[in-house]
Design a protein around this ligand. Structure first.
Ligand SMILES: [Zn+2]
Ligand SMILES: [Zn+2]
Length: 371
């Protein structure tokens, strides 16, 4: 004899009731005693299991017939052994709960999709490469979904077991004085199940470190510290969530000759004092135009003077067309050693200077003496 309550009694229906009524009765009880609504309530937990077992028997025509004739004992030979826990119940009758709760009967937390993590990659390029733009294949390691187990972490062909700590609910209750606090189950991390047979390839994590190569398109005119976003090349999402993105931060190496300021380039060139006085044509390096252009240093160029060359700066990334300017600062170098002949010529030069009408230099010194 079984000391279990009668199935019809449990569901509160009559013996000749139809399938529809049985289903409705079970739904009502399942909602009433659902573990999400009665956290930590042992009595409700038992009622919930009891109702599930009764429903499991009565919804099946054959089992119901056997039960009607022989009671619980008659079902022993049919393989029916009740439920091992909530996980069992939810996986059997999950659809019933979905109708009512609007989410899976197993609690919402564990089924929530999670977007994969974003990744960051630092890429160093030269100013020349920033000028022309380029394509570069970058290689990095990232976590990827394990191919062996498809990300489940379970040895192929095996099933996860119900978490013994939370009985498959994914959360546990703690009493703190007057309050009850729900926290995510730390044994199963809220998934409600634990892996007893882990996948060997990923050690049960569902993820493996994998090499990944991605072709990056660096646009012409990119500036130091800018980030390029490559959609979907981050880490894979969890439970059907989308993958994260890859952010490539571009850093530009210092150039030996040019300093960049937004789209403009700046440089300094040394000329001799004679070139400054007489003016001259000089060839200077640029990015583009085969690397060189000729510029004219005008007569009487002073140290520190700036010559602006339009359109010889960096490409404008934002506008997608046009270029910044190049600013050339003139440095005048004074020779430390000169020949006897040069000295004679300069002495002569100085004599002529003295005889000229007052120059700016002389005016300056005369003012100082006068004070
Ligand atoms: Zn758990
Ligand atoms: Zn695996």
């Amino acid at each position: 004899m079984s000391n279990k309550r009668d199935c019809y009694e449990i569901l509160g229906v009559s013996r000749d009731t139809d399938e529809d009524e049985i289903k409705k009765a079970y739904r009502r009880l399942a909602l009433k005693f659902h573990p999400d609504r009665n956290p930590g309530d042992q009595k409700a937990e038992e009622m919930f299991k009891e109702a599930a077992e009764a429903y499991e028997i009565l919804r099946d025509k054959d089992k119901r017939k056997i039960y009607d004739l022989y009671g619980y004992d008659g079902l022993k030979g049919t393989g029916f052994s009740g439920f091992s826990g909530f996980e069992d119940i939810f996986s059997t009758f999950g659809d019933i709960f979905e109708d009512f709760f609007g989410f899976g009967g197993r609690g919402s937390r564990r089924t929530r999709a999670k977007r994969g993590n974003d990744l960051r990659y630092n890429l160093e390029i030269t100013l020349e490469e920033a000028y022309t733009g380029k394509e570069e294949e970058i290689a990095f390691t990232r976590w990827d979904t394990c191919n062996e187990c498809g990300g489940t972490g379970i040895k192929p062909g095996r099933e996860p077991a119900v978490c013994p700590a939370c009985h498959g609910r994914g959360e546990v209750l703690h009493s703190q004085g007057f309050f009850q606090i729900r926290t995510v189950c730390s044994t199963c991390n809220g998934t409600g199940s634990i892996i007893t047979d882990p996948c060997k390839a990923c050690m049960g994590t569902g993820k493996i470190k994998a090499q990944r190569k991605v072709l990056i398109k660096i646009p012409a005119g990119i500036d130091n510290g800018m980030q390029l976003r490559v959609q979907g090349e981050g880490e894979p999402g969890e439970k059907g969530g989308p993958p994260g993105d890859l952010y490539v931060a571009v850093f530009i190496k210092e150039h030996e000759f040019f300093v960049r300021e937004e789209d403009d380039l700046k440089c300094q060139i040394p000329i001799s004092f004679v070139q400054g006085i007489l003016g001259s044509e000089v060839s200077i390096p640029v990015l583009g135009d085969n690397g060189k252009i000729d510029i004219t240093i005008p007569e009487g160029t002073q140290p520190g003077d700036i010559i602006r060359v339009k359109g010889k700066g960096m490409p404008n990334l934002r506008k997608g067309r046009g270029f910044g300017d190049l600013f050339i600062q003139i440095m005048v170098s004074i020779p430390k050693k000169i020949s006897q002949r040069q000295k004679e010529l300069l002495m002569e030069f100085m004599e002529i200077e003295k005889q000229k009408r007052p120059s700016k230099t002389r005016e300056f010194w005369e003012k100082i003496k006068g004070n």
